[in-house]
Design a protein around this ligand. Structure first.
Ligand code: DGL
Length: 272
């Protein structure tokens, strides 16, 4: 099965990475729209038009299912994409439901892009699941920028995150929901602020599980060492993935090396 996975940038790599863990037998086309990142600061019309263009690109290359590995694009475009195309198209939304259902009493913080926070999709979700009004929403657009330049642990990153959380009393929170796929890279920084008790919840495993269900494939766990890549050739060979940046195939050793570093980062922060 050939599965297309797209995002505005390298956030979607975290979903692909989770797929390597649980659906290692599949073929993938990964598309990062690096020419247009960040989507979180674009208009809904722009995001919809990029999403349609990318979906057509992936279909032309034989994708049999598509994962919109971007909460922002999902909130704006998923309905229209499903209306236009007949293959399975899966979206992502902040994992508020498991956060609310898996905890009680204390508050839940959702971080996402400004578009995701503004759009009705998240409001509707909260209306359905946040009965006791325990959820707070906080936009963190600069994390997308930091992630795109692979700056994950700098003082500037930590200062930015601290500053955004400053108005809140961290003791009141039991869970932090990562409502943007780019935010997965910063788990060690959140840990420094929230401590070990707080749950960090992302939607990646849920998405891959859902993908398997929709496609009627069994989840099968890859050996852990397969998901740490020593070199780019091993990465390409083992993962059976074609990588694209805004329609251009990624073939240069330098770019592939960068993707390998990002995969290894994702592997290291996965269980934080
Ligand atoms: N990674 C995307 C998300 O999950 C959006 C990042 C951006 O381009 O602003 O929302």
């Amino acid at each position: 099965m050939k599965i297309g996975i797209f995002d505005s940038g390298i956030g979607g790599l975290s979903v692909l990475h989770e797929a390597y863990h649980y659906l290692p037998e599949q073929n993938y086309i990964f598309y990062a729209d690096t020419e247009h990142v960040p989507y979180g600061l674009k208009t809904p019309e722009q995001i919809l038009s990029y999403s349609i263009g990318i979906t057509e690109f992936l279909l032309e290359r034989g994708a049999e299912a598509i994962v919109v590995a971007c909460n922002t694009a999902t909130s704006v475009a998923i309905k229209e994409l499903r209306k236009r195309y007949s293959i399975p198209i899966l979206g992502m939304e902040p994992a508020v439901k498991p956060a609310v259902e898996g905890t009680d009493k204390k508050r839940i913080m959702v971080i996402a892009t400004p578009v995701t926070i503004r759009e009705d999709k998240l409001k509707d979700l909260l209306h359905r699941v946040d009965e006791h009004h325990r959820v707070d929403l906080l936009p963190m657009p600069r994390l997308v920028e930091f992630a795109e330049r692979a700056e994950f642990d700098s003082e500037e990153v930590l200062d930015y995150i601290k500053k955004q959380f400053e108005p809140y009393n961290m003791e009141e929170y039991c869970a932090l929901v990562l409502g943007c796929t780019h935010f997965n890279y910063f788990k060690p920084a959140y840990r420094q602020i929230f401590g070990d008790e707080t749950l960090l919840i992302d939607g990646n495993h849920g998405t891959v599980k859902h993908l398997a269900e929709v496609l009627g494939i069994e989840l099968s766990k890859a050996p852990d060492n397969v998901v740490i890549f020593d070199d780019v050739h091993k990465m390409l060979e083992q993962s059976k993935t074609e990588y694209f940046y805004s329609g251009k195939p990624i073939t240069s050793e330098t770019e592939l090396e960068h993707l390998k570093i990002l995969h290894n980062r994702l592997e290291n922060v996965r269980k934080k």
